[in-house]
Design a protein around this ligand. Structure first.
Ligand SMILES: C[S@@+](CC[C@H](N)C(=O)[O-])C[C@H]1O[C@@H](n2cnc3c(N)ncnc32)[C@H](O)[C@@H]1O
Length: 203
């Protein structure tokens, strides 16, 4: 499900970008380390700010970035112009990365999800795709919005998200283990139980 106008303004605001840069990305680095030289994938890249962090803060060599919204793909391509030799931005869905990117099994060293899986109705399919495209030993870095946050009146009134079958932190972590991803203790919730950050490894 695409972001509505209110969410687009909030997500792309300077305050949110500062939070991502100074709080969320460092939190993920503490939980799972950097990814120097990695071939990385970002699902739901939005306007491309996370892709920039994956290169600048995590040290990835290349990033394939995919988003469902053609308008976001255009914005991301514009933002990432100077990374043209490292970044490929395509329109497509995170629940079918073969169709979106031609991504085969074990194609990536690291996959990043900066708050997009809760936008997907069939979110378990996206988790399974992440596990499929990670190589053994590869890592899945995730920041997610839980059912607790999505149930808040502010979220329900102002933003558009699927309403059925959303996940708690525990349910999301349990779903990771089904296709073989192991978050171990490398996760935490923040802002109460509204948000989940973590890193899971494919054995
Ligand atoms: C909350 S935004 C986060 C965007 C970006 N990660 C960021 O941090 O700025 C969620 C993004 O997920 C995208 N999205 C929603 N469903 C998707 C899907 N099935 N596959 C890929 N992207 C999707 C939306 O278009 C939107 O850009």
């Amino acid at each position: 499900m695409l972001m509505n106008r209110v969410e687009t303004v909030l997500v792309t605001s300077p305050a949110n970008r500062a939070f991502q840069r100074c709080v969320e990305a460092p939190m993920l680095r503490r939980l799972g380390g950097r990814t120097p030289g990695a071939r990385a994938l970002e699902i739901g890249c939005g306007s491309g700010y996370g892709t920039k962090l994956i290169i600048d803060q995590f040290g990835a060599a290349t990033v394939d970035a995919v988003d469902l919204d053609p308008a976001m793909v255009t914005r991301a391509r514009r933002r990432l112009r100077r990374y043209a030799d490292q970044v490929r931005v395509v329109q497509g869905s995170a629940d079918d990365l073969q169709a979106a990117l031609g991504a085969g099994d074990a194609a990536y060293d690291a996959v990043f999800d900066f708050g997009i899986i809760h936008h997907i109705t069939n979110w378990r399919d996206a988790v399974a795709e992440v596990a499929r495209v990670l190589r053994p030993g590869g890592r899945f870095f995730f920041l997610e919005v839980t059912a607790a946050a999505l149930a808040r009146p502010s979220y329900r009134r102002l933003l558009d998200h699927p309403t059925e079958d959303r996940f708690t932190a525990r349910q999301f972590l349990a779903e990771l283990t089904d296709p073989g991803l192991d978050p171990a203790d490398n996760w935490r919730t923040y802002v109460g139980s509204d948000y989940l950050a973590g890193v899971a490894q494919k054995p």
